[in-house]
Design a protein around this ligand. Structure first.
Ligand code: A3P
Length: 328
């Protein structure tokens, strides 16, 4: 049954009205529910809403099956990439022509978000993709619908350097904000983000919840890093495939299937496939698929780059130093 959003807002009106409230990023408020901040009232565009009512409705209505796989993340941590990778892994025998340019693979034409729906936005919107056993969520671990944990479902969490998450989030929010509202200033929201006040924040608590779960239930919760995935995609993707129950065979590995799959899900490929605003017209504020592909950079570790600089300087003056008088 397709449940109307207005019905859900109405259903949780009283509950929401008792929650702590705080000024937030978009000239509106966030509400604290079970330790995390959320927008209220389905926000500005319906298909990207992680509103507090959506979380409550998901907790009340969503029933997981033991075979379901969930991809969890804090927004802007690599959700889209993870969705593409796991979708490609789990469907790789279905799309016979493989990943070549003549392939009919869905990821070449549709957004990873249409292949793997979010439970909190789609479970009550009747998305046809929502039944194939692979779903995503931004809900913090301790607020997940009870059946996900009690049914022992597998969960993959992706974590990213907070600096890159924050910058990515800020750019994203400015793209999707209501035309009428002023652009969000980085310095205004930096303090908020740092003190934990951001939609689906505090960031750190989000990460810690899943990190702890992955240590306690390693066979059910896999914890991945965006940076590690960039650095060693081959190893991480093989690990991922094994965890979700679709390991690569020796033959697949030998014939380059892992690399093909990584290439299909690469930032460049997905960005190209999602160029056109397929979700709506340019003038409306409907979330555009291309908003999910910006730069995909990894901020360099400062300590590491400092060390690199030092060794460059040592190298530069090595010969000069070698000519100097020396003393014990
Ligand atoms: P940047 O804004 O830093 O470029 P999410 O999918 O969780 O919303 O995260 C979006 C971030 O992931 C964006 O980061 C986006 O560019 C990056 N991203 C999207 N697709 C990617 C891919 N295939 N590989 C690596 N990064 C990707």
């Amino acid at each position: 049954r397709k449940i109307k959003m207005s019905e859900i807002i109405e259903r949780y009106k009283d509950k929401v009205s008792t929650l702590p409230k705080q000024e937030s990023w978009m000239n509106n408020h966030v509400y604290k529910y079970q330790g995390f901040w959320y927008h209220q009232g389905f926000w500005y565009h319906s298909n990207a809403s992680f509103s507090v009512e959506a979380i409550m409705a998901t907790q009340d209505d969503f029933k997981a099956k033991p075979t379901d796989v969930f991809l969890a993340s804090h927004p802007k941590s690599g959700t889209t990439w993870l969705k593409a990778l796991v979708f490609a892994i789990m469907t790789r025998t279905k799309f016979k022509s493989g990943f070549s340019s003549s392939s009919t693979h869905p990821l070449l034409t549709i957004s990873p978000h249409d292949c793997v729906p979010f439970i909190e936005t789609e479970s009550f919107l009747n998305n046809p993709a929502y039944a194939n056993g692979l779903m995503a969520t931004h809900i913090p671990y301790n607020s997940l619908p009870e059946s996900i944990v009690s049914s022992n479902c597998r969960i993959v969490y992706i974590c990213r350097n907070p600096k890159d998450v924050f910058v990515s989030y800020w750019h994203f929010m400015n793209k999707v904000r209501d035309n009428a509202s002023a652009s969000i200033k980085l310095k205004d929201v930096f303090e908020m983000f740092s003190s934990g006040i951001s939609p689906v924040g505090p960031f750190w608590d989000h990460v810690i919840g899943y990190r702890k779960a992955s240590l306690e239930r390693p066979d059910k919760v896999l914890f991945l890093n965006y940076e590690e995935l960039q650095k060693d995609a081959n190893n991480e993707v093989k690990k991922l495939a094994k965890f979700v129950g679709y390991p690569f065979t020796e033959e697949e590995e030998a014939t380059g299937r892992v690399e093909e799959l990584i290439n299909l899900c690469s930032f460049e490929k997905l960005k190209e496939a999602n160029k056109a605003n397929k979700d709506g017209d340019e003038t409306s504020n409907v979330l555009s698929n291309e908003f999910f592909f910006r730069k995909a950079n990894v901020t360099k570790d400062e300590e590491k780059s400092r060390k690199e600089k030092m060794s460059e300087i040592i190298e530069r003056y090595k010969e000069k130093v070698s000519t100097l008088p020396m003393q014990e």
